[in-house]
Every structure is written in structure tokens, then in C-alpha cells.
Design a protein around this ligand. Structure first.
Ligand code: A3P
Length: 295
């Protein structure tokens, strides 16, 4: 049966001032009471910042570079999206309950909404951040193809929503700043998408060190190969083509779209760029976190 009128393209609903999918807001108590385990590894990101990329790398690390094992299931099942609760479609909390340890857990929540059990258990967390302009562009195309989001409107309209934080998971600015602050007190490895593009091997080594794991160099090279954009784009277990078409329409825009830094230059007008930069300065001056918008 076509579920489209019921679950897709519905307005976002606020949880503590953060816009999220309507059904997540309705089922928020399930998310809030999520029981983290001490050996969980949390992958936290603002949407479109390299979540799938780092998830694939981490699953490859957990499986010692065995790419065949990593094809056992789609990335969204290997690394469940904790707070994604949509009736008849997905329940990350339930999926994780039955998953054996050690679990890789995906979240897009800003720090203040993260279930408290993660902090209490002092779980390790990997945060990946990506420069705001590339995120805005990637998110615009994703809104068009992934129907759980409301309609994005024009690029100008979407950019206005992005800048005011009226998009799913709220303000990019508050998200990256919030997690940057938390890393002072918790076991958080804060990575940047641009660094991963510049030197992915170096970033894989950072992950290994953080996880206190050691892998032979040839295994690291295998992980590098299997997590490259071109290989992941062709891998049905990593590229989201196995998700129902009613949810994600890759003919509108593929999930694995371009995978580059600096694509914003193809999207922003000069006027949009100038307005964005002026506003960015104001929003980001309170933080020491610094981004590169191209490499
Ligand atoms: P673009 O839309 O700019 O191409 P997320 O997984 O957080 O939703 O992020 C998706 C973005 O990461 C998309 O960006 C996607 O192409 C990019 N991406 C996914 N895998 C990648 C990889 N292996 N290398 C580089 N970029 C990747």
C-alpha cells in the first residue's frame, strides 16, 4: 500500500525547540530513554556531513577490513539511526535493542537532546563536521530526494531555512559548536569532512588510535579503498539504493551525489555568499571551531 500521504513530506515538529520529523517528536520518550551500553560507539553528525562515509570506515575497522562482511546488510541496518522512528518504516531504538555489542550507533541529535545514558556510560563518540555552505547545498538536494523531509522550496527559500535553523535537526551553527564544547569533557573524536577528503588515510589512523586498535598497513589500505567515494557509490550496501523508492528517489538526486569539498561555489550566487558570510561571522564568533570551505 502506498504510504506516501501518511508519512512523507509532513511538516517538522519541534522537540525542545529543535525541528525533527513529526513521528520522532511523537515518540520522543522512546528516544529519551534509550539505553546506551558502555561499549557503544556513537557516530554523531549534523546531516550531510559525512555520516555514511565514517560509518562505512568504522564498520570496516570493526570487521578488520573484510569488505564482504560489510556487505552483510545496508549501512542503515549495520549502523542504525537511533532516533529515526517512523511508523511502519523504521524504529532505530527497537533495532538497537536487539543488536549484539559492540554497536555502532548513528545520531543527528544536537548535544542537548542526546539521551543521557550516553553521557552516564561515558561512551566513545566520533563527531564529523563539514563546512556550512557545502552542508547547505548537500542538504538541499537531499531534501528533494528523501521524502521524510518537507518540500525544500527553492534554493533561496531552503538557504533561508538553513540559516535560521528551521530544517531537520536544527541549526548547523549550534550543532557544530555544541559538540565542539562537549569534547572538552567527554571521549569525543571531532573530525572534519574536509580533512577526510584531504588525507583519508591520516583520518583512518586517527580513528584507530581513538579506538585503541591496531591494524596492519595493508588492511588500512583496504579500508581506504572500500570507503572511497567511487567504490561506495557502486556498493548497494553503502549507497542507500536499497532504501524504498517511496522514501529515497535517487533519480531526483543520488544519495552519493558528488562527495567533494567546495561544491557550494556551483550553487551560491555572489549575493547569497556575501549574506551568508556576514551572518556566519556573527553566529560563529563565540566559538573556537574553525572550518575550511574548500581544500
Ligand atoms: P554531497 O551531497 O555533497 O555529495 P551523510 O552521510 O552525512 O548524509 O552525508 C552525505 C554526503 O557525504 C554527500 O555529499 C555524499 O556524497 C558524501 N559522501 C558519502 N560517502 C562519501 C565518501 N566516501 N567520500 C566523500 N564523500 C562522501
Amino acid at each position: 500500500m502506498d504510504k506516501q500521504p501518511d508519512i512523507f513530506r509532513r511538516p517538522l515538529v519541534d522537540v525542545q525547540g529543535i525541528p525533527v520529523f513529526w513521528s520522532m517528536a511523537e515518540e520522543w520518550s522512546q528516544v529519551e530513554s534509550f539505553e546506551a551500553r558502555p561499549d557503544d560507539l556513537l557516530i554523531a553528525t549534523y546531516p550531510k556531513s559525512g555520516t555514511t562515509w565514517v560509518s562505512e570506515i568504522l564498520d570496516l575497522i570493526y570487521n578488520s577490513g573484510d569488505a564482504e562482511k560489510c556487505k552483510r546488510d545496508a549501512i542503515y541496518n549495520r549502523v542504525p539511526f537511533m532516533e529515526l522512528i517512523v511508523p511502519g518504516f523504521s524504529n532505530g531504538v527497537e533495532e538497537l535493542k536487539v543488536m549484539p555489542s559492540p554497536r555502532l550507533v548513528k545520531t543527528h541529535l544536537p548535544v542537548q537532546l542526546l539521551p543521557s545514558s550516553f553521557w552516564k556510560n561515558n561512551c566513545k563518540m566520533v563527531y564529523v563536521a563539514r563546512n556550512a555552505k557545502d552542508v547547505a547545498v548537500s542538504y538541499y538536494y537531499f531534501y528533494q530526494m528523501a521524502k521524510l523531509h518537507p518540500e525544500p522550496g527553492t534554493w533561496q527559500e531552503f538557504l533561508d531555512k538553513f540559516m535560521t535553523g528551521r530544517v531537520a535537526f536544527g541549526s548547523w551553527y549550534d550543532h557544530v559548536k555544541g559538540w565542539w564544547e562537549k569534547k572538552k569533557d567527554y571521549r569525543i573524536l571531532y573530525l572534519f569532512y574536509e580533512d577526510m577528503k584531504e588525507d583519508p588515510k591520516r583520518e583512518i589512523h586517527k580513528l584507530l588510535k581513538f579506538l585503541e586498535r591496531d591494524l596492519p598497513e595493508e588492511v588500512v589500505n583496504k579500508i581506504l579503498y572500500h570507503s572511497s567515494f567511487d567504490v561506495m557509490k557502486k556498493n548497494p550496501s553503502a549507497n542507500y539504493t536499497t532504501a524504498p523508492k517511496s522514501d529515497m528517489d535517487h533519480s531526483v538526486s543520488p544519495f552519493m551525489r558528488k562527495g567533494i569539498s567546495g561544491d557550494w561555489k556551483n550553487q551560491f550566487t555572489v549575493a547569497q555568499y556575501e549574506r551568508f558570510e556576514e551572518d556566519y561571522e556573527k553566529k560563529m564568533k563565540s566559538s573556537t571551531v574553525k572550518f575550511r570551505s574548500e581544500i
